[in-house]
Write a protein that binds this ligand. Structure first.
Ligand code: SAH
Ligand code: MG
Length: 222
Protein backbone atom coordinates (compact mmCIF):
# COMPACT_ATOMS: atom_id res chain seq x y z
CA UNK A 1 0.00 0.00 0.00
CA UNK A 2 1.65 3.24 -1.08
CA UNK A 3 -0.86 5.53 0.59
CA UNK A 4 -2.24 5.37 4.11
CA UNK A 5 -4.57 2.39 4.40
CA UNK A 6 -7.27 4.28 6.32
CA UNK A 7 -7.21 7.12 3.80
CA UNK A 8 -7.59 4.63 0.99
CA UNK A 9 -10.49 2.85 2.77
CA UNK A 10 -12.19 6.21 3.41
CA UNK A 11 -11.95 7.25 -0.24
CA UNK A 12 -13.18 3.84 -1.44
CA UNK A 13 -16.12 3.98 1.00
CA UNK A 14 -17.50 7.04 -0.80
CA UNK A 15 -17.66 5.24 -4.14
CA UNK A 16 -21.12 4.50 -5.50
CA UNK A 17 -19.88 1.09 -6.67
CA UNK A 18 -20.41 -1.10 -9.71
CA UNK A 19 -23.31 -3.24 -10.94
CA UNK A 20 -23.79 -6.58 -9.12
CA UNK A 21 -22.58 -8.69 -12.08
CA UNK A 22 -19.25 -6.83 -12.04
CA UNK A 23 -18.99 -7.26 -8.26
CA UNK A 24 -19.34 -11.00 -8.76
CA UNK A 25 -16.43 -11.15 -11.20
CA UNK A 26 -14.36 -8.96 -8.86
CA UNK A 27 -15.14 -11.30 -5.96
CA UNK A 28 -14.20 -14.38 -8.00
CA UNK A 29 -10.91 -12.73 -9.03
CA UNK A 30 -10.01 -11.82 -5.46
CA UNK A 31 -10.87 -15.32 -4.23
CA UNK A 32 -8.74 -16.98 -6.90
CA UNK A 33 -5.76 -14.59 -6.61
CA UNK A 34 -6.20 -13.01 -10.02
CA UNK A 35 -4.54 -9.56 -9.80
CA UNK A 36 -7.26 -7.14 -10.91
CA UNK A 37 -7.38 -3.35 -10.66
CA UNK A 38 -8.14 -1.96 -7.21
CA UNK A 39 -11.16 0.12 -6.28
CA UNK A 40 -9.27 3.43 -6.50
CA UNK A 41 -8.08 2.52 -10.01
CA UNK A 42 -11.61 1.49 -10.99
CA UNK A 43 -12.85 4.87 -9.86
CA UNK A 44 -10.11 6.69 -11.80
CA UNK A 45 -10.81 4.66 -14.97
CA UNK A 46 -14.52 5.34 -14.69
CA UNK A 47 -13.85 9.07 -14.44
CA UNK A 48 -11.36 9.10 -17.32
CA UNK A 49 -13.72 7.19 -19.63
CA UNK A 50 -16.65 9.48 -18.86
CA UNK A 51 -14.37 12.46 -19.47
CA UNK A 52 -12.61 11.32 -22.67
CA UNK A 53 -15.48 9.34 -24.28
CA UNK A 54 -13.17 7.09 -26.33
CA UNK A 55 -14.31 5.26 -29.45
CA UNK A 56 -11.58 2.66 -29.11
CA UNK A 57 -9.61 1.21 -26.21
CA UNK A 58 -6.61 -1.12 -26.20
CA UNK A 59 -5.83 -3.05 -23.03
CA UNK A 60 -2.62 -4.99 -22.44
CA UNK A 61 -3.33 -7.65 -19.78
CA UNK A 62 -6.91 -8.99 -19.75
CA UNK A 63 -6.60 -11.55 -16.92
CA UNK A 64 -10.22 -12.76 -16.57
CA UNK A 65 -11.72 -9.68 -18.16
CA UNK A 66 -12.72 -7.66 -15.12
CA UNK A 67 -11.19 -4.33 -16.16
CA UNK A 68 -12.25 -4.80 -19.80
CA UNK A 69 -15.84 -5.32 -18.67
CA UNK A 70 -15.63 -2.39 -16.27
CA UNK A 71 -14.39 -0.20 -19.12
CA UNK A 72 -17.16 -1.45 -21.42
CA UNK A 73 -19.66 -0.44 -18.73
CA UNK A 74 -18.43 3.16 -18.45
CA UNK A 75 -17.15 3.94 -21.96
CA UNK A 76 -19.64 5.10 -24.64
CA UNK A 77 -21.78 2.28 -26.00
CA UNK A 78 -20.17 2.44 -29.45
CA UNK A 79 -16.65 2.14 -28.02
CA UNK A 80 -14.76 -1.02 -29.01
CA UNK A 81 -12.30 -2.63 -26.62
CA UNK A 82 -9.39 -4.77 -27.79
CA UNK A 83 -7.62 -6.64 -25.03
CA UNK A 84 -4.53 -8.88 -25.02
CA UNK A 85 -3.82 -11.90 -22.80
CA UNK A 86 -1.26 -14.68 -23.04
CA UNK A 87 -2.06 -16.90 -20.04
CA UNK A 88 -4.00 -19.94 -21.37
CA UNK A 89 -5.73 -20.60 -18.06
CA UNK A 90 -7.26 -17.13 -17.91
CA UNK A 91 -8.33 -16.77 -21.55
CA UNK A 92 -11.38 -19.14 -21.43
CA UNK A 93 -12.58 -17.55 -18.18
CA UNK A 94 -12.31 -14.08 -19.73
CA UNK A 95 -14.20 -15.22 -22.83
CA UNK A 96 -16.94 -16.76 -20.72
CA UNK A 97 -17.23 -13.56 -18.67
CA UNK A 98 -17.56 -11.48 -21.88
CA UNK A 99 -20.24 -13.88 -23.15
CA UNK A 100 -22.23 -13.91 -19.90
CA UNK A 101 -22.18 -10.12 -19.79
CA UNK A 102 -23.40 -9.96 -23.41
CA UNK A 103 -20.35 -7.89 -24.38
CA UNK A 104 -18.75 -10.21 -26.94
CA UNK A 105 -19.45 -7.80 -29.78
CA UNK A 106 -17.88 -4.88 -27.92
CA UNK A 107 -14.74 -6.62 -26.64
CA UNK A 108 -12.18 -8.46 -28.80
CA UNK A 109 -9.74 -10.72 -26.99
CA UNK A 110 -6.42 -11.21 -28.75
CA UNK A 111 -4.70 -14.35 -27.48
CA UNK A 112 -0.94 -14.40 -27.24
CA UNK A 113 2.10 -12.47 -26.13
CA UNK A 114 1.68 -8.71 -26.33
CA UNK A 115 5.28 -8.44 -27.51
CA UNK A 116 4.24 -10.01 -30.82
CA UNK A 117 0.62 -8.88 -30.99
CA UNK A 118 1.39 -5.17 -30.43
CA UNK A 119 3.88 -5.25 -33.29
CA UNK A 120 1.15 -6.40 -35.69
CA UNK A 121 -1.64 -4.03 -34.63
CA UNK A 122 -2.48 -1.17 -36.95
CA UNK A 123 -4.44 2.05 -36.63
CA UNK A 124 -4.79 3.91 -33.34
CA UNK A 125 -6.64 3.60 -30.03
CA UNK A 126 -8.03 6.64 -28.19
CA UNK A 127 -7.21 5.08 -24.82
CA UNK A 128 -4.52 2.48 -24.08
CA UNK A 129 -4.57 0.74 -20.71
CA UNK A 130 -1.27 -0.92 -19.79
CA UNK A 131 -1.78 -3.55 -17.09
CA UNK A 132 0.50 -6.50 -17.88
CA UNK A 133 3.93 -7.60 -16.60
CA UNK A 134 5.56 -4.49 -15.14
CA UNK A 135 9.02 -5.38 -16.42
CA UNK A 136 7.79 -5.32 -20.02
CA UNK A 137 6.19 -1.87 -20.16
CA UNK A 138 9.42 -0.26 -21.36
CA UNK A 139 9.69 -2.77 -24.22
CA UNK A 140 6.06 -2.22 -25.27
CA UNK A 141 6.49 1.56 -25.37
CA UNK A 142 7.63 2.03 -29.02
CA UNK A 143 4.55 0.13 -30.29
CA UNK A 144 2.28 1.86 -27.79
CA UNK A 145 3.48 5.25 -29.05
CA UNK A 146 2.75 4.21 -32.63
CA UNK A 147 -0.78 3.06 -31.66
CA UNK A 148 -1.61 6.22 -29.67
CA UNK A 149 -3.02 9.15 -31.70
CA UNK A 150 -2.23 12.78 -30.86
CA UNK A 151 -4.57 13.65 -27.98
CA UNK A 152 -4.79 9.97 -27.01
CA UNK A 153 -4.47 8.78 -23.42
CA UNK A 154 -2.09 6.12 -22.10
CA UNK A 155 -2.92 4.81 -18.62
CA UNK A 156 -0.31 2.56 -16.96
CA UNK A 157 -1.08 0.62 -13.77
CA UNK A 158 1.23 -0.61 -10.98
CA UNK A 159 4.05 1.79 -11.78
CA UNK A 160 5.20 2.40 -8.18
CA UNK A 161 5.91 -1.28 -7.52
CA UNK A 162 4.14 -1.38 -4.15
CA UNK A 163 6.42 1.42 -2.94
CA UNK A 164 9.66 -0.34 -3.90
CA UNK A 165 10.29 2.13 -6.71
CA UNK A 166 11.72 4.76 -4.30
CA UNK A 167 14.13 2.31 -2.65
CA UNK A 168 17.72 1.82 -3.78
CA UNK A 169 18.08 -1.11 -6.15
CA UNK A 170 20.06 -2.91 -3.44
CA UNK A 171 17.17 -2.62 -0.97
CA UNK A 172 14.71 -4.45 -3.21
CA UNK A 173 14.83 -8.23 -3.43
CA UNK A 174 16.95 -9.67 -6.22
CA UNK A 175 13.81 -10.98 -7.89
CA UNK A 176 12.33 -7.49 -8.11
CA UNK A 177 15.55 -5.72 -9.14
CA UNK A 178 15.08 -6.07 -12.88
CA UNK A 179 11.51 -4.81 -12.63
CA UNK A 180 12.74 -1.95 -10.43
CA UNK A 181 15.32 -0.83 -13.01
CA UNK A 182 12.94 -1.20 -15.95
CA UNK A 183 10.09 0.60 -14.21
CA UNK A 184 12.36 3.53 -13.30
CA UNK A 185 13.40 3.65 -16.97
CA UNK A 186 9.74 3.54 -18.06
CA UNK A 187 8.79 6.39 -15.71
CA UNK A 188 11.78 8.45 -16.91
CA UNK A 189 10.83 7.86 -20.55
CA UNK A 190 7.18 8.80 -19.97
CA UNK A 191 8.21 12.02 -18.22
CA UNK A 192 10.91 13.02 -20.75
CA UNK A 193 9.62 11.78 -24.09
CA UNK A 194 9.14 14.80 -26.39
CA UNK A 195 5.79 13.48 -27.65
CA UNK A 196 4.27 12.82 -24.22
CA UNK A 197 2.94 14.78 -21.28
CA UNK A 198 2.77 12.54 -18.21
CA UNK A 199 1.60 12.76 -14.62
CA UNK A 200 2.50 10.12 -12.01
CA UNK A 201 -0.23 9.56 -9.42
CA UNK A 202 0.04 7.61 -6.15
CA UNK A 203 -3.35 5.98 -6.78
CA UNK A 204 -3.74 2.26 -6.05
CA UNK A 205 -0.35 0.74 -6.81
CA UNK A 206 0.75 3.85 -8.71
CA UNK A 207 -0.66 5.06 -12.00
CA UNK A 208 0.65 7.21 -14.83
CA UNK A 209 -1.53 9.19 -17.20
CA UNK A 210 0.19 10.21 -20.43
CA UNK A 211 -1.20 12.09 -23.36
CA UNK A 212 0.40 12.31 -26.77
CA UNK A 213 0.92 15.94 -27.72
CA UNK A 214 -0.65 17.36 -30.85
CA UNK A 215 2.03 17.33 -33.58
CA UNK A 216 2.38 21.12 -33.83
CA UNK A 217 3.32 21.44 -30.14
CA UNK A 218 5.96 18.71 -30.10
CA UNK A 219 8.83 20.65 -31.63
CA UNK A 220 8.04 23.82 -29.66
CA UNK A 221 8.29 22.00 -26.35
CA UNK A 222 11.40 19.98 -27.12
N1 SAH B 1 -6.39 -5.79 -16.36
C1 SAH B 1 -6.82 -6.93 -15.55
C2 SAH B 1 -5.68 -7.51 -14.74
C3 SAH B 1 -4.49 -7.90 -15.54
S1 SAH B 1 -3.31 -8.82 -14.60
C4 SAH B 1 -7.92 -6.48 -14.60
O1 SAH B 1 -7.71 -5.50 -13.88
O2 SAH B 1 -8.98 -7.11 -14.58
C5 SAH B 1 -2.02 -8.87 -15.75
C6 SAH B 1 -2.24 -9.87 -16.88
O3 SAH B 1 -1.30 -9.59 -17.90
C7 SAH B 1 -2.00 -11.32 -16.44
O4 SAH B 1 -3.16 -12.09 -16.64
C8 SAH B 1 -0.86 -11.79 -17.35
O5 SAH B 1 -1.00 -13.12 -17.80
C9 SAH B 1 -0.95 -10.81 -18.51
N2 SAH B 1 0.31 -10.60 -19.21
C10 SAH B 1 1.52 -10.33 -18.66
N3 SAH B 1 2.45 -10.17 -19.60
C11 SAH B 1 1.81 -10.35 -20.80
C12 SAH B 1 2.25 -10.32 -22.16
N4 SAH B 1 3.52 -10.09 -22.49
N5 SAH B 1 1.32 -10.55 -23.13
C13 SAH B 1 0.03 -10.79 -22.81
N6 SAH B 1 -0.43 -10.82 -21.55
C14 SAH B 1 0.45 -10.61 -20.56
MG1 MG C 1 -2.68 -3.94 -12.42
Amino acid sequence: MIIDERMSAFIDSLDSGNPAWLNEIEKFALETQVPIIRRSMQSLLKFLLKFTKPKSILEVGTAIGFSALLMSEYAPEDCHITTIEKYEKRIPIAKENFRKAGREDRITLLEGDATEILRELEGTYDVIFMDAAKGQYIHFLPDILRLLPPGGLLISDNVLQDGDIIESRFAVTRRNRTIHARMREYLYELKHHPELETVILPVGDGVTLSTKKEESTVTQNK
